[in-house]
Ligand binder design. Structure first.
Ligand SMILES: [Zn+2]
Length: 226
């Protein structure tokens, strides 16, 4: 099996797994993967992640032109903006996962840190999550909002819509999206119960031990964004 065939199979396998666990309903959600030649594999428009066909996945060239397969998702601007701002990203997962979408609508959410430090793996996998305001699906303006984060986040939550998460592999992007969803669920379970969060010292220990770069930690150590 060629490398590209294997990557096509990977997209279908992870897509099915996410769909079957109820992490994105109907034909929502999309996955993209950067290829060694600079092109992309992208899940097609109106395709359920649970029933992808490896042969019909959209193959784009380095300029974003469709080379083969079905028409790609209309949420492509989300993906290209995040690839642009995160140079090392190899894959992006976008879901309409219930708990993350729910959290995106809460009034107290800090757009620079959507979720508090509840668990180490949330920080280790996502590096923290930014909130981007609501845009109509497919609106190219969402790309400007993601570029406005200046590459500081690989994990972004679109208000009233869902998460978009980049990783240095498809597996990393999927695992980070799952951590975001599970942490959103924990947040909703614990909201108003005053849970013990990780302390600043425990977060600092994770940052130094695992070499994490967390935007909010840089803020505290450095300048104030007001
Ligand atoms: Zn979407």
């Amino acid at each position: 099996m060629s490398d590209e065939s294997r990557l096509r199979e990977d997209i279908c396998r992870y897509g099915r797994s996410l769909f079957e666990r109820g992490l994105t309903p109907g034909s929502s959600g999309n996955i993209s993967l950067r290829l060694p030649d600079g092109g992309w594999l992208v899940t097609p428009t109106n395709a359920s992640l649970g029933f992808l066909d490896p042969a019909r996945i959209s193959r784009l060239d380095a300029d974003g032109r469709l080379v083969s397969g079905d028409k790609p998702t209309k949420e492509i601007p989300l993906h290209t903006a995040l690839y642009e701002s995160r140079g090392g990203a190899k894959a992006i997962v976008h879901l309409h996962s219930t708990h993350a979408v729910a959290v995106s609508m809460l009034p107290e959410i800090d757009p620079r840190q959507v979720l508090p430090p509840l668990t180490p793996y949330y920080l280790m996998r996502t590096g923290g999550t930014a909130l981007v305001p609501y845009y109509r699906p497919g609106d190219p303006a969402v790309a400007d909002a993601i570029r406005g984060l200046a590459g500081r986040y690989s994990s972004v939550l679109l208000a009233n819509h869902g998460p978009v998460v980049a990783g240095d592999s498809l597996e990393a992007a999927v695992f980070a999206t799952e951590e975001l969803e599970e942490t959103a669920k924990l947040y909703l379970l614990l909201r108003n119960l005053n849970p013990r969060q990780l302390s600043p010292g425990q977060v600092a220990d994770l940052v130094s031990h695992f070499g994490l770069t967390l935007p909010e930690v840089e803020d505290h150590a450095g300048h104030d964004h007001g």
